[in-house]
Design a binder for this molecule. Sequence first.
Ligand code: UFG
Length: 341
Amino acid sequence: MKILVTGGTGYIGSHTVVELQRDGFEVVIIDNLSNSRAEIADQIAAVTGVRPAFEVFDLTDREKTAAFFKKHNDLAGVIHFAASKAVGESVEQPLMYYTNNLCSLLNVLEGMKNNEITNFVFSSSCTVYGQPDVLPVSEEAPIKPAESPYGNTKQISEEIIRDTVSVTELKAIALRYFNPIGAHDSAEIGELPQGVPNNLVPYITQTALGIRDYLRVWGNDYDTHDGTAIRDYIHVVDLAKAHVVAVQRMIESKMKSDFEIFNLGTGTGYSVLDVIRAFEKATGIKLNYKIMDRRPGDIEKVWADPAFSNKELGWKAERGLDEMMASAWKWEQAYREKFGE
Ligand code: UFG
């Protein structure tokens, strides 16, 4: 069975392609390489022994997207990762974010509808909860006004999907990710941030390697056990596996409704200092860091209630923080050797 993975050379996409191939699915990737590299298709092949089919184009191109779906009208499902995801950049370039994230979604849904492809998995985010009133946060929690255009694109996307499901044959599962980190054990694939990383873990690994002088810890006056902000970090391979489960659930007609939403987190929150300590423990490297003021737009604390996804999907995040940090470090070293920068 053939699955389209949009954004399949990206961070979460590439790990998901590996898990799909391992489960016997045939994969075709579409990616515009805006935040990834063509070589990733070879890296995927190095892990699985199979090079996924790969088309390079932009999903905001309606004609190209329509032509793709016409050609591949035998898809068993679509996993849609392709989107821009930097919160700060979205504040500076809202139109670019709305155009990229929403037009590509619309074109994909249109292509599916016109070719009677019904199974759709969407890459959503815990950002839709904002700062939840109740922790851990469950799928029932209210959606808060978005903190950024990026966050808003995820909220609007979920609404577009819900409206489409209600009047077409489309079936959809939105997966709300908490904070994916780490890399594949093979160190063939991992996170490839362009320029100065925004996210915590690539910043840590680049600091440890001497590419950055020190990590800036954004605020230590939050209402948490050590004053630094708390997130639910989940190993990217655990996250990837949930996508395979979601696709199988659709194919095997196990869905309880035509639009389902699941949290993908571990249920455990760690502070920024907890993460630094785990990194130091996993690698034996002392990390340089400085406490700074809070980063605007950051929320204080969020972690998932994964009970519903654990029960309904029969899926559970298995890897702990130490393993996440060790794999991130292994990948950082391997990719510097591979890509040389
Ligand atoms: N942090 C630092 N220093 C850094 C980078 C991050 O202290 O250099 C802290 C942040 O302040 C935050 C934590 O580390 O407390 C995690 O920050 P990330 O930037 O790695 O992740 P965020 O939780 O801010 O954002 C992530 C995704 C977004 C998504 C959001 C949803 O990157 O796409 O989760 O909450 F919208």
